[in-house]
Design a protein around this ligand. Sequence first.
Ligand SMILES: *Cc1c(COP(=O)(O)O)cnc(C)c1O
Length: 394
Amino acid sequence: MNIHTKAVHSGDRKRAGTHVPVTTPIHTATSYFYESMEQLDRVFGDAEKGYCYARYDNPSAAALEELMCALESGDAALACASGMAALHTAILSALTDRRRSIVAANAMYGTTVGLLMNVFEPSGVSVRFADVCDLASLRAVVAEAQPGCIVMESISNPLLRVAEIDSVAAIANQAGAALVVDNTFATPLLARPLELGAHFSVHSVTKYLAGHGDVLGGVVVTLRQHADSLRALGRTIGGVLGPFECYLTMRGIKTFPLRMERQCANACHVASWLAAHPRVERVYFTGDPRHPDQATIRRLFPPNLYGAMVSFEIRDAGREEVFRFMDALRMIVRATSLGDVHTMMLYPVMSSHRELSPKHRQRMGIRDNLVRLSVGIEAPEDILADLEQALALG
Ligand SMILES: *Cc1c(COP(=O)(O)O)cnc(C)c1O
């Protein structure tokens, strides 16, 4: 089935006694009642299908998890309280029975770098960074570090590099490592990492999947071989998604492929307009024919869908000029996050990559004049008009 169809139908219409609701209700019960202790015992022991306690599983979460398995071609999923909770749980699951060593992409979401360096490393997991877009250097780092797990993003944040997920998966498999891909930016419309050989695909559903700026959540999708460890970790750590957020996320996902197509088309307009603007020094966009990973993008992503993030550097600007430009925006929302129906702009130095030292940011190529635009579903001429007047004023 096409992803547009799966997004609308998967996970819903489970029989609840005498009736079948067309969409999945918000199941708020924390525990479940059975007629006999014998039956409850069977449910606890997994000998009979059923729910017993909301931290273990819940019908609202199960519906979302089934939907995410359909979208990502996975066998099992876990809905988590946030994207970070999902990444934490996925990496723990990936490292189960594997060497306590991680090789991570050197261009990633700032808090993910924080998770690796401030949570995993102090707990005795060695962490090495590598350029996943340079397969030769990645192979060398993997040979040396012997990782149990490789972590990367399908489109990196905020400079929008795209590595060959299938080739990285082959390197991981050869080394006996599990590959965890944060697929938040590409979404399953552009890339399905499990089909390309990855072991875990992780999302912050806060972004494109829920898409309306009203849910914080995450999800891990994986293969059968990791299903038990993922579920057990979810139960033990307990960072699971609440039923109301599961409902909002499913509601959002029904229109996610439509929204994403529009957002990708709008981003193409905005990126080429910005590239021709005299105040713009440089544009980073996955649809740019001169993008360094253009061959990979054409090979891995569907035609005409390049993603909906556009980063750009303002000529001769520092923090003060960037602030003035962003303060001049009238429609575009100045806020952290991305993927929402409204166009948003953030300043990575101040937000997503704030926790990193200036030297670390400089090494990652994140300059003080860089802003990141998440293009929404508005009419493209209104987005351009707002950028135009703010660039003129700021
Ligand atoms: C937002 C984001 C996260 C973290 O997700 P939360 O839902 O905020 O916890 C992780 N990775 C990427 C690429 C993100 O954009």
